[in-house]
Ligand binder design. Sequence first.
Ligand SMILES: [Mn+2]
Length: 353
Amino acid sequence: MAFLERHRGETHVAALQDYPDPDAISCALAYRVLAARYDIDVDIVYEGRISHQENLALVHLLDIELTRFTEALPLDRYDGAIFIDNQGTTTRLLDRLQQAGVAPLAIIDHHAPQGLVTAEFTDIRPLGAVATILTEYIRSGRILELDPAREEHIYLATALLHGLRSETNGFIGAGQEEYEAGGYLANYADPRLLESILNVQRSRGTMEVIRIAVSDRMVREGFSLAGVGYLRHADRDAIPQATDFLLTEENVHTACVYGILQGEGEREVIVGSLRTDKVTLDVDQFLKSALGSDLRGRYYGGGRSGAGGFEIPIGFLEGMLDSDQATLKWDTFNRQIRGKLLRATGVDVPEDA
Ligand SMILES: [Mn+2]
């Protein structure tokens, strides 16, 4: 790859979205392995947290080194930034990297083009997973030949297979490209490792969020909406898990779950997740028009085919004096979000929404 050749010997930062998923993590690992062929050092950095039990298992079992961003990490040591499974819109690292003068070198993604960052190398394709794209780079054999006897390569193939599987809901949402990539990776991946990654159990916090989502959900014409109130940053991944669960209800084609993340010394923010089976619903467009953008014109939400999410900062209303105020704050945000989403779906908005 000419791009890697041009950057031989450099040190890159692979910037992941704030709450990295298996697609992002496995692709960053793939980039690190590919770049190493050109003596490029890659640090995989994210801000936020790894909260899903499966993702923790992935990182631990496959021994993937990730760096959680803290102020102590000097970003100016990097020669360039690579955005993988994002285009700078879902990572707080973009602003920090810009401030540190680190140029965006590459964007490899499968979300709708966001147009916020331009880079020397761009590969944005509407595929089921970014893991499909990285697997294609490997399959071309032009950079690296996978060796089924090398542990590092077995781990890489297992990670990418897990990325594909998880991003396409167990290959249900996969296209021909994902099946082809999966077929190739199956020659190198370790099925027992994959099984250990998948066999992790849900935390108590996650179970609780799912319980609230189920009992408080509002279903209107196939849309299932649930605000789950306050939750800990560590339980953030309970939101997409609860959304997936609501989508399994009979006659529900679209589900959305959101809540306020909070915690000692952490930013307070509303996060939401949306999933749909409705082929005519453009999730990216839907969330952008329903929730709008901030003063700088950055949209609160976005997505890809079938799935999306949003993040709304609490801003000045962050923190609280007492529980009455906390309840009031949640009610206000809950009504606002529910109202906007319902209006955008075009269903009748109930009086109390
Ligand atoms: Mn992805």
